[in-house]
Design a binder for this molecule. Structure first.
Ligand code: 5AD
Ligand code: SF4
Length: 478
């Protein structure tokens, strides 16, 4: 689940909720708030598309909404708690407007449908991640006084034919979902239960969507999936061809197809899985300048025994071999990761092996979390959540501190270089500055001069913090 850290609230990796808006419609109004990973944000655009066809306009003003939907995340307990608090606030709104329809979407739907609908009566409608086509019917059912639920998970729903309503008008960077669900069963993770079985989307529809975005002025797409390396079309999980009369596509071929749309369309993707990432993907990345040299490769732990308990399907050595492969093909490739502290049974020695792996790899960026036990997962059933919260916390602080040093070092290495930046807009801190990312996904801020959003510029890096590169634009690229 990954990245474009400034645009989405990644509850899986922290942030602010995203609220969506479309304009130029009359009639009923829909307010959607998204929590969680980029996949949720992307799903909310599919939801907006389905509801727009029903005559709804989206609004950012909750007070004028007829339907309020909240797209939820279950990845850790605190993500769920945030949503519950928000739902309690909506309940007050319902007191003022009894006709208001409040619904939850996404990962909390299946898990909490009974509690939220019947016991706490916080919502009227519950729709799981594969049930969004049914939303217009569900809203209608609520109108007839019923509680409406559809949390069925599908083996083949990919919303391939739905063209998402882009809610950041004049946007530069968009998410494109290429697959849904996950078959990995990492023992800590609730996603296989909330999002169901893995399925890939028809590559032609992906390329069409990306082409359309490019024509509308977008200059960057991020291809999304829980495990993009296992993207496959017309292939079985063993790599056999399903229908010999149809073309097959693996992930390496898919990114190449998208890269061919235009050299001016940047291609990113997320999330890669260490057990499945192939050299073929790295070769293709190295071949195309517009496929960004940046890989998010969650390690979770630096000790093989912990990785085995996590059911990750690789060892410390395997992970380090994949890092070496990335550096062999792309010496300048940025690498980020996810790390969990205090997983079941984690000893001091195992924790220190995570620290030693971090020192060995020197990640450019990392998302770090305390382990949070999730219902139904393998870990909940098999292991005790036995690392005290205070220990989880102090281990987390230790790795955050180390990562800050590594992030700063990574940025310091850029000082003096001139890097290609895609301008995303005005800097949050100053109207006179622009910001955008280099290929490695580092945020770069520089004085605007005459440059504009959507342009590629060469920026000379003069200074940095641990989070941002600071520079001066020297020339336009296109
Ligand atoms: N507790 C803590 N972190 C988790 N993640 C997933 N499940 C849990 C959990 N139960 C983290 C992993 C994953 C990221 C999206 O969220 O690091 O890669
Ligand atoms: Fe969860 Fe593992 Fe699937 Fe990622 S790969 S969504 S961590 S089960």
């Amino acid at each position: 689940m990954e990245l474009n850290q400034n645009k989405v609230i990644d509850e899986s990796r922290q942030g602010e909720p995203v609220v969506l808006e479309t304009v130029n419609h009359s009639g009923k109004k829909l307010y959607v708030e998204s929590y969680g990973c980029q996949m949720n944000f992307s799903d909310s655009e599919v939801v907006a598309s389905i509801m727009t066809k029903e005559g709804y306009a989206t609004t950012r003003n909750i007070d004028e909404a007829d339907v309020v939907l909240i797209n939820t995340c279950s990845i850790r307990e605190n993500a769920e708690q945030r949503v519950r608090n928000r739902l309690t606030e909506f309940k007050h709104k319902k007191g003022q407007n009894p006709d208001l329809v409040v619904g939850i979407l996404g990962c909390m739907a299946e898990r909490l449908k009974k509690v939220l609908l019947e016991e706490e009566k916080l919502v009227d409608l519950v729709a799981g991640p594969d049930a969004y086509r049914d939303l217009p019917n569900l809203v209608e059912e609520v109108g007839t006084g019923q509680k409406a639920v559809n949390v069925l998970l599908s083996r083949d729903e990919t919303y391939a034919d739905i063209s998402p309503v882009r809610l950041d008008q004049g946007g530069i960077s968009a998410f494109v979902t290429i697959m849904r669900g996950c078959d990995n069963m990492c023992s800590f993770c609730v996603v296989p239960f909330t999002r169901g079985r893995e399925r890939s989307r028809d590559p032609q529809t992906i390329v069409e969507e990306c082409k359309d975005l490019f024509e509308k002025g977008y200059r960057e797409v991020t291809l999304l999936g829980q495990n993009v390396d296992s993207y496959r079309w017309n292939l079985t999980s063993k790599g056999e061809i399903k229908d010999v009369n149809q073309p097959t596509t693996n992930f390496a071929q898919l990114i190449e197809m998208v890269a061919h749309i235009s050299p001016n369309l940047r291609v990113r993707f997320s999330t890669s899985h260490p057990k499945d990432m192939t050299d073929e993907v790295l070769e293709i990345m190295a071949k195309y300048e517009n496929i960004c040299p940046y890989i998010h490769l969650p390690v979770q732990s630096g000790h093989t025994d912990v990785l085995t308990r996590m059911n990750r399907g690789y060892s410390r050595e395997w992970y380090l071999d994949r890092i070496n492969a990335i550096r062999k093909y792309m010496p300048d490739c940025a690498i980020s990761t996810d790390i969990i502290t205090g997983f079941c049974g984690e000893t001091d020695k195992e924790h220190h092996d995570t620290i030693s792996l971090m020192k060995e790899v020197q990640f450019d960026f990392a998302y770090m979390f305390k382990y949070s036990e999730r219902p139904k997962t393998l870990a909940e059933r098999r292991f005790d959540d036995d690392v005290p919260d205070a220990v989880k916390g102090s281990r987390l602080n230790e790795i955050i501190e180390l990562q800050l040093q590594h992030s700063r070092l990574s940025n310091e290495k850029q000082i003096g270089k001139t890097v290609k930046v895609l301008i995303e807009g005005t800097s949050k801190r100053s109207d006179e500055k622009l910001c955008g990312r280099n290929g490695q996904n580092a945020m770069v801020v520089f004085p605007s001069q005459h440059y504009m959003k959507g342009q590629y510029v060469m920026v000379k890096i003069l200074d940095c913090t641990s989070a941002t590169l600071i520079g001066e634009a020297v020339s336009l690229c296109n």
